[in-house]
Write a protein that binds this ligand. Structure first.
Ligand code: RP5
Length: 164
């Protein structure tokens, strides 16, 4: 199976990124985690991105806050799918990171999830890998089904409480 690369701009992003790590573990998807900054370590970030396909990666998740150029800088150096997580923080509370991550020029797409949306970033990476992996697709289907059942049970409890 292809690996997912998880890159964060700073180790201070780890509390958010952990949700992506846990989701990938849940699905048994192999991954690597690195701290590479678009601004502080541009050479390392560029080298990782340029070699990612040859190194067995199928998708890259990039998390950064504030002037969040990391996902875009990675996308500029690879044609693998790049998923951006804008991280909440700073005086603009994540809006800065959201806009910096999502507003990419034509030709350099970054699939941007919600502010701090790390679990969805991992799920999207898994869905990308599942295009070519029937077993992974089956796990995704089962998880969706379990999610539906959970919500239906909650609905039944609320209905029993209020609709008499
Ligand atoms: C961004 O600046 C990082 O991704 C992090 O979210 C933010 C703050 O970084 P630190 O100053 O905590 O290293 O580049």
């Amino acid at each position: 199976m292809k690996k997912v690369g998880i890159i964060m701009g700073s180790d201070s992003d780890l509390p958010v990124v952990e949700k992506a790590i846990n989701t990938l573990k849940e699905y048994g998807v192999p991954f690597e985690v690195h701290v590479y900054s678009a601004h502080r370590t541009p050479a390392e970030s560029g080298e990782f991105s340029r070699n990612a396909r040859a190194n067995g990666f199928g998708a890259i998740i990039a998390a950064a806050g504030m002037a969040a150029h990391l996902a875009g800088a990675i996308a500029a150096n690879t044609t693998l799918p790049v998923i951006g997580i804008p991280v909440k923080g700073g005086v603009l509370d994540g809006m800065d990171a959201l806009l910096a991550t999502v507003q990419m020029p034509t030709g350099m797409p970054v699939a941007t999830v919600a502010v701090n949306g790390a679990a969805n970033a991992a799920l999207l990476a898994i869905q990308i890998l599942a295009v070519e992996d029937a077993e992974l697709a089956k796990k995704l289907d089962e998880s969706r089904k379990a999610g539906t059942e959970k919500v239906l049970a909650k609905n039944a409890a609320i209905e029993a409480q209020f609709n008499r």
